[in-house]
Design a protein around this ligand. Structure first.
Ligand SMILES: [Zn+2]
Length: 56
C-alpha cells in the first residue's frame, strides 16, 4: 500500500499520547478541520469533554 496521504492525519492519540494506527483506532474524530484518532472509548469521552485541553 502506498504511504501517500490525501490529507493530514494525526497518528497520535491526543489524550493518552499513544501512537494509534489509523486502521486500529477506536474512532476518528474531526475537530476544527483536523482528524484525531482515539484509541479507546475512554479517550474518546475525555477528548469530547474538553478537546482544547488535549490539543496543546
Ligand atoms: Zn488513548
Amino acid at each position: 500500500m502506498s504511504r501517500h496521504q490525501a490529507r493530514k492525519v494525526m497518528n497520535r492519540d491526543p489524550v493518552c499520547g499513544k501512537r494509534v494506527n489509523r486502521n486500529k483506532a477506536h474512532i476518528a474524530i474531526e475537530y476544527r478541520g483536523r482528524e484525531y484518532l482515539l484509541c479507546c472509548p475512554l479517550c474518546q469521552a475525555e477528548f469530547e469533554r474538553n478537546p482544547e485541553k488535549h490539543l496543546r
